[in-house]
Design a protein around this ligand. Structure first.
Ligand SMILES: Cc1ncc(COP(=O)(O)O)c(C=O)c1O
Length: 405
């Protein structure tokens, strides 16, 4: 790797960490190594080094690790301030690799009841099939976490901001609770876009990202990342990636490396645009409620203000009308695209009827459904505010809102 100075700040790290001059050609960009296999040394001592996790600059098979993903790992570890990083085929690949490595029969985990659907199903449906004891609680209230942890708790898992209702959990307070019983705190920080939140500095032990979203930022690849202590990262690399198989394609790793160069610039714009869009929506008479952590009306605003350096690009809102009219709004949008995913250059919107959400969140109790109906009403739009001119995004929303019956 080219010299990287640990004292460099975020913008510099995004440009230089993991980058370097290609030894063979002197190219200023490191190449994409698509080979799936590498020549191995015939010497026993050298061979052992090649297959050991202590020598991550030696390669033999791409499912184990390979140069281009390693460059991305170097960058993301530095950006999050962690010892090391493991990149995976997708965000869910990162979540699954981490949970599979840490959990087992008889082990207890406490997790956010509101988190990305695949994560919630991994925790609420699949982990219990293997004998893991899972408590899903409302982690926006640290006292619920305190009540749920016990001496067998191996990990506390939170997503903040949380998908889909932009819920905010207090990382520092929950880290203290997790550590009081010897558990690790894992934070899925995807919705923060990395640069607005530093979970490790706030006391978390492991950070997860779907790099498919803001980190890549251009909507053209899937990727995931886990960042934390080197020993644990090597365990996750072996148990969670090599044995489960969700290794990243070197080409996708290269796309994420390239996309992430502009991450701080893009996040600044996402934050500014989202704030303006949230304020506009809050002022529109047809809008019933808006949830954006930057608004003082968001229940987690004070915690977000303390633990984030910007409120990222995700918000939700709904209208005073019923479900069918919400689809009328989608039909009238011209700039903002009706699509899943988030953190792309372009603004993306998705309507989530509450009944549909509950159908998906299979493990919700009647009490949980009641609580989330209060927050979501009949449904919510999830808006990922993009990098377009804020005026154009607002004009598109205004025109569509004005036309909704
Ligand atoms: C918070 C969060 N974590 C993980 C994921 C999964 O990411 P991927 O689609 O890259 O597997 C998502 C996807 O939306 C997400 O919002």
């Amino acid at each position: 790797m080219r010299h990287t100075d640990a004292s460099w700040k975020l913008n510099t790290l995004c440009v230089h960490a993991g980058e370097g001059i290609d030894e063979e050609t002197k190219a200023l960009r490191r190449p994409i190594h698509m080979a799936n296999s590498y020549e191995m040394p015939a010497d026993v001592g050298e061979l052992i080094k090649t297959i050991s996790w202590d020598h991550l600059d030696r390669w033999h098979y791409t499912r184990e690790h390979s140069p281009t993903p390693r460059y991305l790992e170097e960058r993301l570890a530095m950006l999050e301030g962690g010892e090391d990083c493991v990149v995976t085929a997708s965000g869910v690949g990162a979540v699954a690799a981490t949970l599979y490595t840490l959990l087992g029969a008889g082990v207890h985990i406490v997790a956010s009841e509101v988190c990305y659907t695949a994560t919630q199903k991994l925790l609420g449906l699949h982990m219990p099939r293997y004998g893991v004891d899972v408590s899903l609680v409302d982690t926006t209230d640290p006292e619920e976490v305190r009540r749920a942890v016990r001496k067998e708790t191996r990990a506390v898992y939170i997503e903040t901001p949380g998908n889909p209702i932009v819920s905010i959990s207090d990382i520092a307070a929950i880290a203290e609770i997790a550590h009081s019983v010897g558990a690790l705190l894992i934070v899925d920080s995807t919705w923060s876009g990395l640069v607005t939140q530093s979970p490790l500095a706030l006391g978390a032990d492991v950070v997860i990202h779907s790099a498919t979203k803001f980190i890549n930022g251009h909507g053209d690849s899937l990727a995931g990342a886990v960042i934390g202590p080197r020993k644990l990262m090597n365990e996750i690399r072996e148990c969670g990636v090599v044995h489960l198989g969700a290794c990243i394609s070197p080409f996708n790793a290269w796309l994420v490396l390239r996309g992430s160069i502009t991450l701080p610039l893009r996040m600044q714009r996402h934050c500014e645009n989202a704030m303006r869009v949230a304020e506009f929506l809050q002022s529109h008479p047809k809008v019933k409620s808006v949830r954006y952590p930057g608004l003082p009306t968001h229940p987690g605003h004070q915690v977000a203000k303390r633990q984030m350096k910007g409120y990222s690009g995700m918000l939700t809102f709904n209208l005073h009308v019923g479900v069918p009219e919400h689809f009328e709004l989608l039909k009238r949008l011209r700039l903002v695209t009706h699509a899943v995913s988030l953190g792309h250059d372009q603004s993306l919107i998705m309507y989530l009827p509450t009944g549909f959400y509950f159908h998906d969140m299979v493990v919700f109790s009647e009490e949980q459904k009641r609580r989330y109906t209060e927050i979501m009403g009949e449904g919510i739009f999830r808006l990922s505010v993009g990098l377009e001119d804020a005026d154009d995004i607002i004009d598109d929303l205004r025109r569509a809102l004005d036309a909704v019956p």
